[in-house]
Design a protein. Structure first.
Length: 472
């Protein structure tokens, strides 16, 4: 079964709601109209009873209306009020007076009915063949203690006709109104959804080669513009991700091609020129170095992939950052000394952070390794740790080549190397800092770099102190 379009569903929904509202309020008004009209007729009936009471004469077993027939106005009012008028003698139930209208309608009551009405409620309704009447029943005592049942009536037909007319109008106009509103709703839905259709058409034109395009916005600030803006933000993120993927593919292809080319070249030379075991041993030793580089790069890639997939086990505990920095500085001291680089440390004791010791060690090791690697002979690398505003602050500063300003926003991207001209002299594939950034983020910390070309760089890492993170 084909699903209705959003336009059709909106129109159907609004039409259904309107139908229910019109039906409920229409029939409530129908009942209210009948009640108001009947109450109005009842009030008029009371006025007639009060008016006729001034002209009633009940005495000597007789009942009559006494008025001046020469007064046309008085005569007309009395005759109008007494149009539906009956007087019965009690307790016999004998009919004494009955208006001509009631006599023609055959509104006769038996003595039992008369006596029952004498003890019944003040108002009673009577349904005749051609009329529905409401009577006011009153028991009145004459001068000689004779009791009479006086009934004054008024027709309810006008109220019934008004209700029926309203119901007919309601049943005719309600479908017409719903139809008109449905057509108007159909057009309004078309106009309201037209911008979405335009957005859909524009979105279909965007493919992997046109991710720089954006959906148009109308500047109204409405929901459609919000959808377009959100979609544009998604496109921007997608464009950035695809760009990173392309850069990643190009970078890894380049990084893999260089050692593979070297390996192939050395193998060909060994096959063509080697004439002794020592020559082959030398070729294999050189190839092992290239294999180690490839293995290191692949391991870093696997670590990053596992980290982003959430497959890395994480063991948080209190880590002595001061002791960890001191230990790693001691380990790298010979490496720095080989390049005649001075390592300076300032690490007060008992500065603890909350996290995984092995991953925090990788952060420190990467930063120190980069500082030594990118510093020239005779340079200085300064490492400091301090507690500041609930964070442990680790700074690694060097006097190396520095990083260009336009490269700073990209240094945490994979395979990005700020000094490609020196990539052959400096080992590395540009994955260390991206891993550092991931580890720091995972520890709910942040990392910042400041650098000047020719003067060196300073990496600053903020990690929550163990006591502060425990309270978070």
């Amino acid at each position: 079964m084909k699903t209705l379009s959003l336009r059709a569903r909106l129109t159907l929904f609004y039409s259904t709601i309107l139908t229910v509202i019109l039906a409920v309020f229409g029939f409530l008004f129908y009942d209210a109209l009948g009640l108001v009209l009947e109450n109005k007729l009842t009030a008029e009936l009371r006025d007639r009873v009060v008016y006729l009471a001034a002209f009633q004469r009940l005495q000597a077993g007789e009942a009559r209306l006494v008025f001046n027939p020469n007064d046309r106005r008085e005569a007309y009012l009395v005759q109008s009020a007494a149009r539906y008028y009956q007087v019965f003698q009690l307790p016999s139930g004998l009919l004494l007076v009955q208006s001509q209208e009631l006599e023609m309608m055959g509104a006769r009551l038996s003595p039992e009915e008369v006596r029952a009405l004498a003890g019944a409620q003040e108002f009673t309704d009577l349904q005749l063949e051609t009329e529905r009447l409401r009577f006011h029943n009153a028991v009145i005592t004459g001068n000689n203690a004779t009791s009479f049942l006086v009934r004054v009536g008024i027709p309810l037909t006008p109220a019934d006709e008004a209700q029926r007319g309203f119901l007919r109008s309601l049943l005719f106009l309600m479908p017409l109104g719903v139809l008109v509103s449905a057509l108007a709703g159909w057009q309004m839905a078309r106009r309201a959804l037209n911008p979405l259709a335009q957005l859909a058409a524009a979105a279909r034109k965007i493919d992997i080669e046109k991710l720089q395009q954006r959906l148009p916005t109308r500047g109204t600030g409405d929901e459609v513009d919000e959808v377009a803006a959100a979609f544009n933000e998604t496109l921007a993120r997608l464009e950035n991700s695809v760009g990173q993927m392309k850069q990643f593919t190009a970078s890894i292809s380049h990084e893999l091609r260089t050692p593979l080319t070297t390996l192939r070249g050395e193998a060909e030379i060994a096959l063509l020129q080697a004439s002794s075991v020592e020559d082959y041993r030398h070729a294999l030793t050189s190839q092992l170095e290239e294999f180690n580089k490839l293995s290191h790069m692949i391991n870093q890639l696997l670590i990053l992939a596992s980290a982003e997939a959430g497959e890395i086990q994480w063991m948080e505990r209190s880590v002595d950052l001061s002791g960890l920095v001191g230990s790693l500085v001691d380990q790298l001291e010979p490496v720095a000394a080989a390049k005649k680089i001075t390592l300076e440390t300032n690490t007060p004791p008992n500065i603890n952070v909350r996290g995984d010791a092995s991953w925090i060690e990788r952060v420190i090791l990467n930063l120190l390794d980069n500082a030594i690697k990118f510093s020239s002979e005779g340079g200085h690398v300064r490492v400091s740790v301090k507690a500041e505003d609930g964070d442990a602050v680790l700074r690694v500063a060097d006097t190396g080549m520095g990083i260009q300003a336009e490269a700073l926003p990209h240094i945490f991207e994979r395979f990005y190397r700020a000094e490609p001209s020196r990539s052959k002299q400096i080992e590395g594939v540009g994955l260390g800092l991206s891993l550092v950034k991931w580890i720091v983020d995972r520890h709910r910390g942040r990392i910042q770099v400041e650098s000047q070309v020719g003067k060196g760089s300073c990496f600053t890492v903020w990690l929550p102190l163990a006591s502060a993170s425990a309270g978070r």
